[in-house]
Structures are given as structure tokens and as C-alpha cells.
Design a protein around this ligand. Structure first.
Ligand code: NAD
Length: 474
């Protein structure tokens, strides 16, 4: 008998209900925090290779307790209203968890982006944006999209340009979308932000000796083995930074064409280069290959850390019991169903939930939006001032100690922060402090058994405060 996997939206709804039971809030307020405030569905025609294609698309604004609303745009054949609603809902909670002052939203266009030529994708993106403008579903103070599965800086540049065509006289028009290319009012460090955030969250979790001991692991991310599903924006950056800066060892990878496993380690840079050159991970030197129909078995490979970074509902009631990893780091949105999580928790695994772990993207999007509103690059005012101060300090140390300071040492110490340094520092602070906050909620409420419930409790409390401050609810 085939097992029915509950919908992604159902899982998010179940997670919410589970967390709400730990809070003493009025039913009406909980209902307001749970539902999607606005759902916009559009069908628009686009001419593709001489034929008219009718494209189905969505934008969902889950919560207006803070504005603008914020969330990525997904291009995928699997897009449907419930999926976009689930993703928009997660965005509201995610923003609350990492203290980013936005409501949640999400967009979806039901296409397989890899089927289209670049100029066809541009036509679809511009038409979708025009529809959002017509309905007042986009704008720096209304709703601010960003990249998600199947989209990136290129699509964001088209969105920005379309918005400017209609609303060029708005002084803050650059803040209508984030994840733009750096030379078009983007911010340095946005492309890697979600993956870098995944690394900071994972590193923090691994640094807590007490939690690692419960899993039978030693403290620290260095030397831990990891398996990644999906080598796109989030998966590739997570794996690269965990390897280069954390010393973790990549042993398995799954992509659309199949999966590979190599117990003594895969160099992420080599693999990315190999896939770019050959178009596949198949044949990567020294690695065992599993073909397309077995690609999901990667989730069950021997490793310490499993990083699902592709799509939702990958870990289900059917395969959860066979997962060997001790830590499941949810880089993707919704990779674990409600039913699967219960199995993982029972088996004593540590699930670091999506709603916290992949918040690096929206955090740096927030920095980009602030940069757009301030019309100035971060670091412009203070970089030289700090550099001069540090130089003076180095001179004083040299003078008082009588020791020579080399140029290399001076460069390391007396350096003013560039924009990317500040972005990374803000992201690190956000991910580390939010992890500790969620863990604290879990420690304080003994009946909460997992980090996801703690994260949802934290989000619901913060959003309920906002509603109560508005005076709408008692
Ligand atoms: P992406 O399009 O850059 O990459 C996704 C990768 O997954 C692609 O390389 C694709 O080939 C691969 N893939 C697809 N189906 C697969 C399968 N069945 N098995 C193995 N690999 C498969 O997308 P992304 O932006 O990296 O997003 C990935 C996930 O991260 C999504 O769940 C998304 O919602 C989430 N996310 C993304 C961001 C962001 O900033 N891009 C932020 C937060 C969360």
C-alpha cells in the first residue's frame, strides 16, 4: 500500500497547533496568526516560440502584523496554492524568530525554469511583476520579493527594472525587491547568505558540548561528516562554507541526475567545477554513483549531518526511520513532514528547523532593503575612520613594546570593515543569538521536546505581542 504524504501546508499547520498548545493565548488571536491574510492567484498569457502559454502564478501575504511583507519567488512545476501558502506562513515565523521586522509572503510561478530560454524567462518574470504592480502586491513598503528555488539575482534584476519602469519616480524604488545583483543596488554577501546562515546555525548547535554528548558526538563541527541533497544556491554555499570555514567533511551529494557517496570526503570546489564542466555529478573521481531513481537514498547514507537543501517533504513517515545522521540541518523549506519529525525525535536526533536555519537569506535581504532605503553602502562612513584609529593603536603598541609590526600583521589588525564584512558579522550575530534564544525557550519549558516547537513558540509569542500592541486583541 502506498503511503499518503500529508501536504506541506498541513505539516506547517500541525507544527503551529503543536506549539500553540504551549502558549496561553486567546483562540481568535491564534487563528489570526495562523491564517494567510491575502492570497492572489493569477493566470496570464505569454507568447513562447510563437505559441501562447497560459502561466499560473501566485503571491501570498501571510501576515501584516509588520509591513512590508517579505518572501521569495519560486519557479517550479510543483507550485500550487497550498505550497505558496505554506512557504508564506513559514516566512512570517522566520522573520519573527530572527527579529527581522517584516510580515511573511511568498510568490510562485508554475513553470520548470530549466525548460525556457533566458529571454522567455525574462518575458514571464516581467509580466508576473506587472500583474503584482497592478494589484499593489509589490513595493518597498508593501511587499518585497527575493530569490527562492529556481530564481536568482538575474530574475530580481528584471523585477527591479520592471518596477522602475512603472514607478521610477518613487525615491525608494530599489527596495521593491532584494537579492539584486550588486551593481544594481544589491548587497555584497546576499548570494551566499542562506548557506552562510546554515553554517553559522549548524556550527552553533555543534558547539554546545552538552547537546552533542546526548547525540553521542564530540563538540565542534570540524571533522563531522555531512551529506547534502540539492547543490543549488543554498546547498552549494552551505557545503562550501561548512568545509572551508568549519572543517566539516562532505561525503554524499544528491542532485536531479543521481547521487554520489565517497566515505573519505569530496572536495566541494572540485565537485562544483566537475558538475559545471560535465553537467552532472556522475563519474566524479573516486565516488560511488547511484542513478536517478535511487537519488533519494542519499538521505539514508552514513553521516553525522544531513542537509536537505532541495525541496519540501523529502523526509517522510516512510523513510525517517532509516535515516542514520544524528543532526538534520533543514536548509530547504519544509523538508521534514510532521509525521517524520515525530519519528526523528523519538530516535533522539537533533532537527535544526528550517524556520530558523535558513533565515540567513531574509536577514541579509533585510540589510539590502535598509541599504536601499538609506541610499548608501554599509561601511562608507566609518571604514577609513576605523582604519586610521587602528593604525594609530598599532603604532602606539610598536612604540611602547619596541617591537617591529610587519605589513602583514598591520593589514590584519588595522583594517576598516568592508560592506561584506559587516553583512557577515550582522548575519553571524543574528544566527548565533537566535539559536541561543530558541534553545533557551526549549530549556525553560521542559515539556517542549524539540527545537522546532521552541522556534514556533518563540515566533508566535513575538507576533502575538505585535497584535496586542496594536490594540486589536486583548
Ligand atoms: P536552487 O534552485 O538554487 O537549487 C535547488 C537545487 O536542488 C537545484 O540544483 C536542483 O537541481 C536540486 N534538486 C531539485 N530536485 C531535487 C531532488 N529531488 N533531489 C536532489 N536535488 C534536487 O534553489 P535554492 O534557492 O538553493 O533553494 C533550495 C531550498 O532552500 C528551497 O526549499 C528554498 O525554499 C530554500 N530556501 C532558499 C533561500 C534562498 O535564499 N535561495 C532562502 C531560504 C530557503
Amino acid at each position: 500500500m502506498t503511503q499518503v504524504v500529508p501536504s506541506f501546508y498541513q505539516s506547517v499547520s500541525d507544527y503551529f497547533d503543536k506549539a500553540a498548545r504551549h502558549l496561553d493565548l486567546p483562540a481568535g488571536l491564534l487563528q489570526q496568526i495562523k491564517v494567510c491574510n491575502a492570497v492572489y492567484q493569477i493566470n496570464f498569457p505569454v507568447k513562447i516560440k510563437g505559441e501562447v502559454r497560459v502561466i499560473e502564478a501566485y503571491r501570498v501575504q501571510h501576515s501584516h502584523h509588520r509591513t512590508p511583507t517579505k518572501g521569495g519567488i519560486r519557479y517550479s512545476n510543483h507550485v500550487n496554492q497550498e505550497e505558496v501558502m505554506a512557504l508564506a506562513t513559514l516566512m512570517s515565523y522566520k522573520c519573527a524568530i530572527v527579529d527581522v521586522p517584516f510580515g511573511g509572503a511568498k510568490g510562485g510561478v508554475k513553470i520548470n525554469p530549466w525548460e525556457f530560454e533566458e529571454e522567455e524567462l525574462e518575458r514571464i518574470t516581467r509580466r508576473y511583476t506587472t500583474e503584482l504592480i497592478r494589484r499593489n502586491f509589490i513595493g518597498p513598503s508593501i511587499d518585497v520579493p527575493a530569490p527562492d528555488y529556481g530564481t536568482g539575482a538575474r530574475e530580481m534584476a528584471w523585477i527591479y527594472d520592471t518596477y522602475r519602469t512603472f514607478k521610477g519616480d518613487e525615491i525608494d524604488s530599489a527596495g521593491c525587491v532584494t537579492g539584486k545583483p550588486v551593481n544594481q543596488n544589491g548587497i555584497r554577501g546576499r548570494d551566499e547568505a542562506t548557506g552562510r546562515g546554515v553554517f553559522y546555525g549548524l556550527r552553533e548547535a555543534c558547539d554546545i558540548a552538552e547537546d552533542m554528548k546526548k547525540l553521542g558526538l564530540t563538540r565542534g563541527i570540524a571533522g563531522k561528516t555531512m551529506v547534502v541533497q540539492g547543490l543549488g544556491n543554498v546547498g552549494a554555499h552551505s557545503a562550501r562554507i561548512a568545509q572551508d570555514e568549519g572543517g566539516a567533511i562532505l561525503v554524499g551529494v544528491s542532485e536531479v541526475e543521481g547521487a554520489i557517496y565517497k566515505a573519505d570526503g569530496i572536495d566541494v570546489h572540485e565537485l562544483l567545477k566537475y558538475r559545471k564542466e560535465t553537467g552532472s555529478i556522475q563519474g566524479f573521481p573516486g565516488a560511488q554513483f547511484y542513478d536517478k531513481k535511487d537519488r533519494r537514498s542519499v538521505l539514508e547514507f552514513e553521516c553525522d549531518i544531513l542537509i536537505p537543501a532541495a525541496l519540501e517533504s523529502q523526509i517522510t513517515g516512510e523513510n525517517a526511520g532509516r535515516i542514520k545522521a544524528k543532526i538534520i540541518a533543514e536548509a530547504a523549506n519544509g523538508p521534514t513532514t510532521f509525521e517524520a519529525e515525530a519519528i526523528l525525535n523519538k530516535a533522539g536526533k537533533l532537527v535544526i528547523p528550517d524556520v530558523y536555519l535558513n533565515a540567513g537569506g531574509v536577514t541579509v535581504s533585510y540589510f539590502e532593503w535598509l541599504k536601499n532605503l538609506s541610499h548608501m553602502r554599509f561601511g562608507r562612513m566609518d571604514k577609513r575612520f576605523n582604519q586610521q584609529n587602528y593604525n594609530n593603536l598599532v603604532d602606539l603598541v610598536a612604540q611602547y613594546t619596541g617591537r617591529e609590526i610587519t605589513e602583514e600583521q598591520r593589514r590584519l589588525i588595522a583594517r576598516g570593515a568592508e560592506e561584506v564584512d559587516l553583512v557577515r558579522s550582522g548575519l553571524e550575530e543574528t544566527m548565533v543569538s537566535s539559536y541561543l534564544q530558541i534553545r533557551e525557550v526549549k530549556m525553560q519549558k521542559k515539556e517542549i521536546e524539540d527545537l522546532r516547537t521552541a522556534a514556533f513558540v518563540s515566533a508566535i509569542s513575538k507576533i502575538s505581542n505585535d497584535y496586542q500592541n496594536m490594540g486589536i486583541f486583548p
